[in-house]
Design a protein around this ligand. Sequence first.
Ligand code: CO
Length: 466
Amino acid sequence: MKKVQITETVLRDANQSLMATRLPYADYEDILPVMDKAGYYSVECWGGATFDSCLRYLNEDPWERLRNLRKNLPNCRLQMLLRGQNLLGYKHYHDDVVEKFIEFSIKNGIDVIRIFDALNDFRNIKTALEATQKYATDKTIASGCISYTQSPVHTVDKYIEMCKELKSMGFQTICLKDMAGTMTPYEAEHLIKGIKDAVGDMPLILHTHSTTGMAYMTLTKAIDAGIDVIDTATSCFSGGTSQPATETMFYALQQYGIDSGLDEEAINKVNDYFKPIKQKYVDNGQLNPKSMATDAQALVYKVPGGMLSNMIANLKDMNALDKFDDALKEIPEVRKDLGYPPLVTPLSQMVGNQAVTNVLVGERYKNISKEVKNYIKGEYGIAPAPVSEELINKVLGEGGKPVDCRDEDVKRTGAEFEDAKKALGDLARSEEDLMSYICFPDQAKKFFEYRKAKEENEAVYTIEEM
Ligand code: CO
């Protein structure tokens, strides 16, 4: 029987896409034993923005959350999303930090590490892969992930080359990550057939979003073309900027005669559990119903929906909403000049802001943001296509030299751990605490202080009780 397995995203991507990752662990702990037996390929539950959100907004220790997930999901695969050399942040970390982060992730319970680089510069995911292999248990899976985008240089052949490279690097599975939800059904069909012909023995995963309304059709074609795993979210947390619905795909696959491995009763129980939780966040405004709607505009401009709403907000702030159409038309120009970067964080914001600046100033690249300058210097990695010569000259100037994002400084062992120990003193209780501080210093310190104060209060309270 043909098989297509399901990764459930409610705890990570659906949570991140629909409600800015504000779902606290306590909200879903009780359903974890059911999820553990639902038959998912994996549960995506950690990484992405969850780490930052735990410290910044939820006063949770992200490592403790992971250990609790492991405890209550002892059998199913726990999956995380990792931004290669950037880990879960926005800068390039030293190799020893990347290695330790992966060591701790596996030690605290992660099985599947999905690793990507915004520019598909695979030098930026190599250290993470090697660390995963070094600390792997027999359940660990290193998944190489491609940021999918559409441009004149992103051809089917180019994607096939990328897949071959991921395979030769030693990844065990390959994921196509369509963060904007702009992959159309026939693109999926051609792409997946091509990839399957080239690296057919490697499991292929499709990650898409319902943003533009394409996702169900795209998944259908992907299934016809031989996809092995698809990402979905329990139905009350599906749709819009989130993934297509788990149960919907379950019933469709069942009728197709394809085995998803899912337990019908369990996946329905999961959805019943999350319904009132969703309602709670709709009622308190944290889940904006707008994010659950379909917005096909992204198909016209080939940019993610979030990027458009960001641009509108920026223009509104500057009282220049009348420039929206011009700014939209400027995006493809900026993107071309920058060598067609995939429009994923942080590139989507950088391209959008530069387009707005160009239009508002009335002259292209009169003002160039610091981030775009760093990108042009090469700090983020190699662009998919050559960056405009004119821009390079403008940014680097006379005799200026490009930067290598994999230079010796990145590879060397930094003083991060020693610095973190000094900065935290007795606020740090574990090596994982040090890692949280290295990744998000201000947020981590604030959380450790909160944790300490809470414990002291509780101690006082207990003594008074006695
Ligand atoms: Co996603």
